[in-house]
Design a protein around this ligand. Structure first.
Ligand code: PBG
Length: 345
């Protein structure tokens, strides 16, 4: 039966009715708060392209986690800005690495907080790539032209070496687990890293430490502000040879499937808002807890538009998070975690 018997507006007449029939709810428990840890003490340095997001020294990070946890947010994810970078990402797996120190401090000073450790090498590598870099002699084009073409090789080609990088990622994961990190979250997109990390964790006695895999992580322009926040922009080239092509959703399902086979306990889609279809497809197909990462560029766009008074900041913030949940994410990594939790209180 159609109109006038059916009137969908009946259930939209006031907020109480709307709340009664609401299909998706946002709760602070579903939010994970990313933090950028830097050396020093008493440091709270705002990221230029992410107003309201800071590089925090360990002591300041502890305060931030305590305040956020009190608002009902259960978990934080840590990124590190090391003192020094090199070609083997020493800062990522060093016993006294910046994230290791932060994790120890947070776990000893804040009760009942789940600390996730982002596992990647880009913040700790002098070249800013997520794995070990090997230079190649010449580009494929230069080779196929042959010496007769007499043109100098256009650029030095390079490769992000997959298998050798796994060892460093595994070493980083074990080191983070030792420092008290509760959940290991690899974001590098090397093939086989979940398996390598699982094996290494088990061997070191961390068989109960879960892995949240950034399983479907796309090579995205939306990471721009993060690379400023974490000082992790690649010094040459880009990440297209390891992160996913934004055009591919079927391949995303394969990535997730393989990570589950390798032992992932939770999976992630990243970025979130431009990839809601990927989140929905993953939700439909897999039964693991599913995370989505509302990335730096998504945050920066909302902030920039709000600053121009082109959008209502709070409204858009909450709508963006609600819609990521509606698409199927069980949890959302978001720079808005603390503020959204305040609004939800
Ligand atoms: C590390 C990493 C990145 C992000 C999370 N982990 C950057 C990248 O891959 O370049 C992006 C997060 C964001 O943009 O908020 N590899």
């Amino acid at each position: 039966m159609a109109f006038p018997a059916n009137r969908l507006r009946r259930l939209r007449r006031n907020e109480t009715l709307r709340t009664l029939v609401r299909e998706t709810r946002l709760t602070p428990e579903a939010l994970v708060y990313p933090l950028f840890i830097c050396p020093g003490t008493g440091i709270r340095k705002e990221v230029r392209s992410m107003p309201g997001v800071f590089n925090l020294s360990v002591d300041e990070a502890v305060k931030e986690v305590r305040a956020t946890r009190a608002l009902g947010v259960l978990s934080v994810i840590l990124f590190g800005l090391p003192e020094k970078k090199d070609e083997v990402a020493t800062g990522a797996w060093a016993e006294d690495g910046i994230v290791q120190r932060a994790a120890r401090a947070i776990k000893s000073e804040v009760r009942d907080v789940v600390v996730m450790g982002d596992v990647c090498l880009c913040e700790y590598m002098s070249h800013g790539h997520c794995g070990i870099v090997k230079a190649e002699a010449q580009s494929f084009e230069a080779q196929s032209l042959g010496a007769a073409a007499a043109a100098p090789p256009a650029t030095t080609e390079y490769e992000i070496v997959n298998d050798a990088s796994l060892e460093l990622l595994a070493r980083t994961s074990v080191s983070l687990a030792r420092s008290g990190v509760d959940i290991i979250a690899p974001s590098d997109m090397m093939d086989g890293r979940v398996g390598a990390i699982r094996t290494a964790l088990d061997k070191a006695g961390f068989e109960n430490t879960p892995i949240l895999s950034y399983a479907a992580k796309f090579s995205s322009g939306f990471y721009g502000p993060f690379r400023e926040a974490a000082d992790s922009a690649p010094q040459f080239g880009d990440r297209r040879s390891y992160q996913m092509d934004p055009a591919n959703v079927r391949e995303a399902m394969r990535e997730i499937e393989l990570d589950i086979e390798e032992g992932a306990d939770m999976i992630m889609v990243k970025p979130a808002m431009p990839y809601l279809d990927v989140i929905a497809a993953a939700r439909e197909r897999f039964d693991l807890p599913l995370a989505a990462y509302q990335v730096s560029g998504e945050y920066a766009m909302i902030e920039a538009a709000a600053r121009n008074q082109w959008i209502d900041r709070e409204r858009v913030m909450m709508e963006s998070l609600l819609c990521i949940r509606r698409a199927g994410a069980s949890m959302i990594l978001t720079y808005y975690a603390k503020e959204a939790a305040k609004l939800l209180a």
